[in-house]
Design a protein around this ligand. Structure first.
Ligand code: GDP
Ligand code: MG
Length: 162
């Protein structure tokens, strides 16, 4: 089976945007229930000659669960299922308590973690990445999911770890 990459991180950091960029198409699954459009959670992707699958754990939700329960479950799925974990944070907001919580959960895993600092849309924001070293999960890499910046570098790092 091809390698599995899981994307983790608190809400609104840009996980789905990065997922769509990595997968290269913008398809969403429309559920049978009328009016409910859900983000796609699993997709196949390839980069250079490598094929792998990507999981957007943010789309895996428990009904009526607290934030803490949701993110813990999502991180556990990433730790169990993934060969490489992509941990996404928001470069414009700095480190939050929720980021620290996710970082602590991920640190318990031996899986390789790639720390992605999203929303670095412009070079003027590039220095914002340094504070994320304090999460203790490795070197932060700047990307802009919405502008498609840094996605090639991210994919290079992913396939190096697969
Ligand atoms: P998720 O909850 O982690 O899946 O986050 P989404 O991918 O749904 O993105 C949350 C919000 O951030 C949306 O309004 C996106 O358009 C926005 N967003 C995502 N990536 C970027 C980025 O690189 N730069 C900026 N400025 N906004 C972004
Ligand atoms: Mg999402």
């Amino acid at each position: 089976m091809a390698g599995v990459v899981a994307i983790v991180g608190r809400a609104n950091v840009g996980k789905s945007t990065i997922f769509n960029r990595m997968v290269g198409e913008r398809i969403s699954i429309v559920e049978d229930v009328a009016g409910v459009t859900r983000d796609r959670i699993y997709a196949k992707a390839s980069w250079l000659t490598k094929e792998f699958s990507v999981i957007d754990t943010g789309g895996i939700e428990l009904e009526n669960a607290s934030f803490t329960t949701q993110i813990k479950m999502q991180a556990e799925i990433a730790i169990e299922e993934a060969d490489v974990i992509v941990f996404v944070v928001n470069g414009r907001e700095g480190i939050t308590k929720e980021d620290e919580y996710v970082a602590r959960l991920l640190q318990k895993s031996r899986k390789p973690i790639i720390l992605v600092v999203n929303k670095i849309d412009d070079n003027q924001f590039r220095d914002y990445i340094y504070e994320f070293y304090a999460l203790g999960v490795g070197d932060p890499i700047p990307v802009s999911g919405s502008h498609g910046i840094g996605i090639g570098d991210l994919l290079d790092q992913i396939i190096n770890q697969l």
